[in-house]
Design a protein around this ligand. Structure first.
Ligand SMILES: *Cc1c(COP(=O)(O)O)cnc(C)c1O
Length: 384
């Protein structure tokens, strides 16, 4: 069996262990500690965020954002339907109702026009029913596969109706929109350092915001919501969501190579474009203009079966036979059994992506030999 090529495996930079050792030497083998403080500081500098809370996962960061925005049972939260389930699950943790909104074709992210339609419908129905209490509390928009969403348009709609925005930048660390790193335009941004992301702490995440009070509150809630008192005193429900000082050490090492990693992902993306440039019927996930700068976490393609003479499933199987991991693009949330009863505003875009799309291996530690094997499969599959 040939050695497996993974979609996006971890890629250590070399200095991670130095910071992990620091934690051991100081016996800070606990949540909190100097590595966590330094990681928050260094991450904030890297993405241009004023305040950062380092947490156990991106999912926990989204959950805390929901709590901080006062999402309660019966409330509505609008989210991208074209995303990973972790974007939407925390809405349900709060017993609120996800309202799913489809993508536009350029960035593959939330369609601002459809967003406005969804807001008007949800708000309108509630006005008719004269309901008090539950309300439309937040919008969570994903920057999928590293591609920034059309944030100016989305923010304009959100501001018109006074609804706060959470940016799910779990896949888009270091991507830029209008020259600025994503995650800082909405009320909150969330990041993930899961094992498959562009940099990793094995598992981890962060909540970022310009609002210092909110981030302080997030740290408080993430450490069991202990009131200031000599005994254990609690006035609200707490969570055990804080990043550990050992894990933060890995993060500090990984941050040192973030720019290198982005550069390499973008080179790999360009390499695929060169390899496939003469193949008809292939569309790459592509920055629509100079305003968008993707970290190209994963290189994604859509295959038109008629023009390409093959389809995404055949290509997936060809890779699998060579022990190379490729995957269909995300299955939209409105097609997931668990969310099938949620209100959804769809236009067919994400369903078509799911039907005909593939993510290609994009790990920054791919070798020349790995790339040759991938190119071989592509050549055969498209009969070049
Ligand atoms: C990975 C991911 C998350 C969740 O992050 P975890 O750190 O794994 O909890 C959320 N949203 C998107 C879009 C992701 O890709």
């Amino acid at each position: 069996m040939k050695q497996r090529i993974l979609l996006s495996p971890p890629h250590m930079g070399g200095t991670e262990l130095k910071y992990v050792h620091l934690a051991f030497e100081q016996n800070w083998v606990v949540p909190l500690g100097p590595n966590v403080d330094a990681f928050e500081h260094e991450l904030g500098a890297a993405v241009g965020a004023k305040h950062v809370a380092a947490l156990v996962s991106g999912t926990s960061a989204i959950h805390l954002a929901m709590i901080l925005l006062d999402v309660r049972p019966g409330d509505y939260v609008i989210g991208s339907t074209y995303t990973f389930s972790a974007t939407i699950n925390p809405i349900v943790y709060q017993c609120a109702i996800p309202v799913l909104v489809d993508s536009e074709e350029e960035t593959w992210n939330m369609d601002p026009e459809l967003l406005e339609e969804a807001i008007q419908k949800v708000k309108g129905e509630r006005l008719k029913e004269k309901v008090k209490g539950p309300d439309l509390k937040a919008i969570i928009v994903t920057h999928l596969y590293g591609m920034p969403a059309k944030m100016n348009e989305i923010m304009a709609v959100a501001e018109k109706y006074g609804i706060p925005v959470i940016e799910d930048a779990a896949e888009a660390l270091g991507s830029k929109y209008m020259g600025k790193r994503v995650g800082c335009q909405g009320k909150f941004g969330i990041l993930s350092f899961n094992g498959n992301k562009i940099i990793t702490t094995s598992g981890g995440g962060a909540l970022i915001s310009d609002d210092e009070g909110m981030i302080k509150r997030a740290r408080f809630l993430a450490t069991q919501a202990r009131d200031p008192a000599p005994h254990y005193q609690h006035s609200v429900i707490g969570y055990n969501y804080r990043m550990s000082n050992v894990v933060a050490g890995i993060g500090r090492g990984q941050l040192e190579v973030l720019d290198q990693r982005i550069k390499r992902r973008r080179e790999i993306n360009q390499w695929y474009r060169d390899v496939l440039k003469d193949v008809p019927g292939i569309t790459f996930h592509t920055e629509p203009s100079k305003d968008f700068y993707s970290n190209y976490w994963l290189t994604c393609i859509i295959i038109d079966p008629e023009k390409a003479g093959t389809d995404s499933e055949k290509i997936r199987l060809a890779f699998t036979a060579e022990n190379i991991e490729v995957r269909p693009l995300w299955k939209p949330m409105h097609l997931q059994p668990v969310f099938e009863n949620c209100p959804a505003y769809v236009n067919g875009t994400s369903e078509a992506f799911f039907r005909n799309g593939l993510c290609l291996p994009s790990g920054t530690n791919m070798t020349e030999n790995d790339m040759e094997r991938i190119q071989e499969v592509l050549k055969k599959a498209f009969r070049q």
